[in-house]
Design a binder for this molecule. Structure first.
Ligand SMILES: [Zn+2]
Length: 170
């Protein structure tokens, strides 16, 4: 790890940018920050405690996709599992699902540094859950089509009923 000299500061493990202690993620690349001064034991807050769990061997390289989550809660669960093993991660909305930002729903990609990808995938494969690769596109597309077919059938039925009633009334 690069030896960044900054008192009580946090450093980006990827690009080396130094941030204040109240910043959790690198402003330029989004990586969770780690403490720049590794020897200090004074009053670690939650962010610091989390950063300290990160193992140096899992830092480095581009952010790559390691897992997939159905929603934000599941993404955070996966991130917790990864962090327990010292793997830093970032969650992002999966491409192609433009849900408004204030909604917690919507699939997420879990990104980790290149150096941690194999370890992350192995860890998540062992822990089970919906953390494999993307769902097949057909699974995503199927329900709306089935709904449309049902809706069309109902409309045809309603039209027929209206026609019958109309005939009876005359
Ligand atoms: Zn950075």
């Amino acid at each position: 790890m690069p030896d960044v000299a900054a008192d009580n500061g946090l450093a980006c493990p990827r690009c080396g940018a130094v941030h204040g202690a109240d910043v959790r993620f690198c402003v330029s690349c989004g990586m969770p920050l780690v403490r720049a001064d590794t020897g200090d034991e004074a009053a670690p807050d939650e962010a610091t405690a989390r950063a300290r769990k990160v193992k140096p061997q899992y830092l480095g390289g581009e952010l790559v996709k390691a897992a997939w989550a159905r929603n934000l809660a599941e993404a955070q669960l996966i991130q917790g599992i990864l962090l327990e093993e010292g793997i830093p991660s970032v969650e992002r909305r999966a491409r192609g699902f433009d849900v408004p930002d204030f909604l917690a729903g919507g699939p997420r990609d879990i990104l980790v540094p290149q150096a941690a990808r194999d370890a992350a995938r192995e860890l998540l494969a062992n822990s089970g859950g919906g953390v494999a690769d993307d769902p097949a596109p057909s699974k995503v597309a199927e329900p709306p089509l089935r709904f449309l077919a049902k809706f069309a059938a109902v409309m045809v039925g309603a039209a027929a009923l209206v026609w019958v009633l109309y005939q009876l009334a005359n």
